[in-house]
Design a protein around this ligand. Structure first.
Ligand code: SF4
Length: 349
């Protein structure tokens, strides 16, 4: 049962009290649908139950320590887990979309050379509850506007925390839970091929993005140590399995790094790999982090995009967002863990 798996501590309290089964559904709806952060807000539950839950199984499992707001409206949430770890979440508003980028691990073991999170190493996996709560908090902050998209592209490699990540996504997708369509939820992996296949076999229509960042084997290994485990050929075989199995568009993330992966031969290398009409190239200009890399110029990025399209690739160049609060992929939490202030702190209820 989804509710009991997602809320084991709540389930235990209810069982010990001999509460009827529908109480668990009510508690689940209070968190996942009504976005309660305190059981006192769940007025559909009896007062004595609310008091006992508050003591034994609090409604919020993480402290929201800070909300920073960028000049373009992007918001970054800094959370602290019960065991003192810092994690971050970003909400990016666009014309008709509000996208939340969530984390699945504290730090990351994949050690991509251009990524500030990768420099931290891995501390631990987040639980499904901690993963989903990031979305609940962003949704509460954004209300009455609804969150339209969730992307699992924050701290961590989600496929190294596969079960808890998918459990959280199911709660986000659940019509009795957060009720967000699966096609509005996307997971990004650095290319763990077994998990790409497993994800393709899941019944929900979640989207997938694969971080490619270089079409050439030796060059990719230099910036992504994971590449030593799975070759580009193996990643592309898993990609083909995904599109054949799901018939869904598959996104390839490509962060443009000046002088590293932004030359015409890289476009040509990509064109050779992209042999399926459902493959889409997502280009992103590198956001500065203290990793020794620098961003391709705006003009260089546009030229890369144009050449890719000329060679027949379906491709887009994503605008960078939230630069003044270090909200880009690969920048999350690293600064906060070093104790440096970011952005303009604002508080939400
Ligand atoms: S880019 Fe993603 S997979 Fe690579 S180290 Fe950073 S968080 Fe991990």
């Amino acid at each position: 049962m989804r509710e009991a798996e997602f809320l084991p501590e709540v389930h235990k309290v209810l069982e010990e009290r001999g509460e009827p089964a529908y109480r668990l559904k009510q508690a689940y709806a209070a968190l996942a649908t009504s976005l309660a952060r305190d059981w006192d807000e769940a007025t559909n539950l009896p007062k004595t139950l609310r008091e006992e839950l508050s003591e034994k199984a609090p409604a919020a499992v993480m402290n929201l320590s800070r909300v920073s707001k960028a000049s373009d409206g992007t918001r970054k949430y800094l959370f602290h887990t019960h065991d003192g770890h810092a994690i971050e979440t970003v909400m990016i508003p666009e014309k008709d979309r509000r996208t939340v980028c969530i984390s699945t691990q504290v730090g990351c073991a994949m050690a991509c050379k251009f990524c500030a999170t990768g420099l931290m190493g891995i501390k631990r996996n987040l639980t499904a509850r901690e993963i989903a709560e990031q979305v609940f908090v962003a949704a509460r902050d954004t209300a009455p506007e609804r969150i339209s998209n969730v992307v699992v592209m924050g701290m961590g490699e989600p496929f190294l925390n596969y079960d808890e990540t998918v459990k959280a996504l199911r709660v986000l997708n659940d019509s009795d839970g957060f009720n967000l369509a699966a096609r509005h939820i996307a997971v990004s992996t650095s290319g763990l091929i077994d998990k790409i296949r497993r994800f393709a076999d899941e019944p929900e229509q979640f989207h997938l993005a694969i971080s490619l960042h270089n079409p050439f084997e030796d060059e990719r290994r230099e910036i992504m140590p994971v590449a030593a485990r799975h070759s580009v050929v193996e990643v592309m075989e898993a990609a083909r399995y995904f599109v054949d199995k799901t018939n869904r568009k598959l996104f390839f993330e490509y962060t443009l790094l000046a002088g590293v992966n932004d030359q015409p031969n890289h476009v040509e290398g990509l064109a050779e790999l992209f042999d399926h009409p459902l493959y889409h190239l997502n280009l992103l200009r590198f956001n500065w982090t203290d990793t020794g890399f620098s961003a391709t110029s705006k003009r260089g990025a546009r030229e890369f995009l144009e050449y890719a399209r000329e060679l027949g690739l379906s491709a887009t160049l994503r605008p960078s967002r939230g630069n003044d609060i270090d909200a880009a992929c690969g920048q999350l939490a690293a600064k906060d863990l070093r104790g440096r202030p970011v952005g303009t702190p604002v508080s939400i209820s």
